[in-house]
Design a protein around this ligand. Sequence first.
Ligand code: NAI
Length: 295
Amino acid sequence: MPLTRTTAVGLVGGGAMGAGIAQVALAAGHRVYLHDQRDAALQHAARAIRSGLEKWRDKGKLTAEEATAAENRLHLTSELAELAACGLVMEAIVEDLTQKQALLQALTPHLTDTCIVASNTSSLSIAALASACRHPERFLGIHFFNPAPLMPLVEVVPAVQTQPGLADEVRSLMQAWNKVPVLAKDTPGFIVNRVARPFYGEALRLLEEGIADVPTIDWAMTELGGFRMGPFALMDFIGHDVNYRVTASVFEAFFYDPRYKPSFTQKRLFEAGYWGRKAGRGFYDYATDATPPEP
Ligand code: NAI
């Protein structure tokens, strides 16, 4: 079945990315089934999606009728079985190969044989994820950037198993969603996350060597370097749970190439639960500090 506006879209994982992608798919006219294993996450996602659609309405990107209709097309579900209605299912759960493979295996019996399945992974092997599916030929990476409603770029990543033509079909769908798709090969971190690793890694090394502190490095990179966000504000925004896992996964996937070596400073933040903006604390303390800008 070709991917059209009438295709119901399933999202598994209603965190920052799942909710953001759901908002984009709803605004593009799809019915969306959003699943999370935690009810609190579903409720939080529904609030974020509603507020995002209202913002688009206020900015004139959607009419009031379109925004209400989009909101009404959202179905929250705690049952994977409800994703049977979907022609495209994307997962955006924790960045962990074992957990993602277990989810893909659990999903399989509920999906139709024609359903396209995708991962929003930032760094993991698409081939290894595809191997957990009954139809690896209908699996690929569709990697959005954070925040998904704002960031135009989407990396479309076919695995070695992906059937010819599927990546092009998904690229057309992303264009219909007003995104700018780029085809990337199935290598660790794809394009952006691979290039971004040294950006974070070198900033962490500067900090660990005592060359400058966090606000100074962020200030220099935004004011002088022309970056929209400094590396530490950006890591806090992404979340250290996500960013540390991505670094560790890219390091391992490149056979422990020292260029991608993770930092103990970030590992400790990850272990402490100081996951950045979403935890209220990371490199910055969001309760007390003047908070760095959002993208
Ligand atoms: P998050 O931590 O905000 O959300 C993950 C959600 O998945 C949580 O609500 C959690 O309850 C749910 N979940 C975990 N295991 C589950 C399971 N087995 N079944 C159902 N729900 C489950 O994470 P975030 O930031 O949304 O990232 C999700 C994925 O997107 C990761 O693969 C990450 O690498 C990728 N990504 C993250 C970006 C970022 O900047 N945060 C950017 C682009 C991709």
